[in-house]
Design a protein around this ligand. Sequence first.
Ligand code: EPU
Length: 439
Amino acid sequence: MAFGGRPLDRGTVSGSIYRIIGGCRLTGSVTIGGAKNNALPCMAAALLTSEPVRLSNVPAIADVRILAEILRQLGATVDFDPEEHTLTVQASGDLGHAPPDDLVGQLRGSFLVTGPLLARGGRAVCAPPGGDEIGRRPVDVHLNGFAALGAEVAWEDGCFSLKAERLTGARVVLDYPSVVGTENLILAAVLAEGRTTIVNAAMEPEVACLAAMLNDMGARVAAAGGNTITIDGVDSLGGVSHGLIPDRIEAGTFAVAAAITGGDIFIEGAEPQHLYALLAKLNEIGVETEEAPAGIRVYATGPLVAANVQAVPYPGLATDLQALVTTLLTQAEGTSVVHERVFEKRLGYVEDLRAMGAQIDVVASTATVYGPTPLHGAVVQGRDIRSAASLMLAALAAEGASELRDADHLARGYEDLDAKLRALGADIAPRVETGASTR
Ligand code: EPU
């Protein structure tokens, strides 16, 4: 079978696959779910108390299910209702201190259990976390922070070993404003003796939401969302009911879907304030956006124009939106330069865009996009959550049929992305499972 005039020539068909017919204009309304990167730290926070923690607006995605299993294996009771999007954790009784290596290796957010385990039980042993292969992903920010709070940090038998009688507050200056690193240190410091100040903290909205939840549990975290956070340790924390913030990356994905298909989508539940950098860039490219109390309307009426992009920490344009915006820029008139400043290997998907007809040069972490180039269907391969989403959108904008292989990545971070796109008019056949991944 030929795809967009090209034979299926990219190796044995395996992994999960979507077949997509391009050329549809996406229109209508879509509702955004709760944020993946907010769900994970809030779930880990439940380990800090023996009382029940109830989370709402929890996305039914693989990463949430895997972290739920990690919490269970540590001894917590976890009840996840994917229809209601609620998740209850109760970590009463004795907890283990070593999350299972195989599950830890599946997502980066798994390392978030170490802060709470160290704070509550004085001990954590954890393998290096897995996650997307998008560049170096060390955990030195976490480990240096734990050490500054008085923990003994060692590397033993392929795991990080962390020990502390009780953590003590300290000033912790982060080498880099790591998102999960900041969250892990907050989770450790809330039960420490005295005041912790985190300088050069990540300012992502997910950090502020985690802090709000912890404060509702009795913690004293101030100024989260800014670059310097103070935490006054308390002796214990109680249960809480907490709603997660909308997923700004899912919202951004639908914004780009509207733009690249010349469509018109109302993104219900999207929080404009979390997306200012993307909205400004879309406007510069020639895409119209309208902010409303219930969400954001994104539509494209005229030609798109090239723009330069820097993917940086919040409140700049998120690295998780970089591949999506670069994909859109293939349809813009002129030369665009995209600098990926956060992860050094986050341009791998460019090879697949080229297979669809895009003209993009890559030098180190900078992509130069020459547009507009009409895209045609091809066989392409997801490499991580966001590159898979970008290639799905490229396929929707392309002429002819495409096949997106190794599409399993999407289920890690998006709940029903294909069904939501279909409801907006996309021609995407249901996912086919064909066995092991091609890589
Ligand atoms: N870094 C260090 N040392 C550390 C930690 C990070 O040098 O100890 C460096 C990394 O090498 C990288 C940069 O800091 O160059 C950014 O990493 P960061 O720690 O901020 O990323 P993360 O916390 O591991 C979260 C999201 C990612 C998102 C990044 C950047 C979660 C679970 N993951 O990762 O989300 O790309 O922040 O915003 O919150 C995704 O959702 O698809 C995803 C990859």
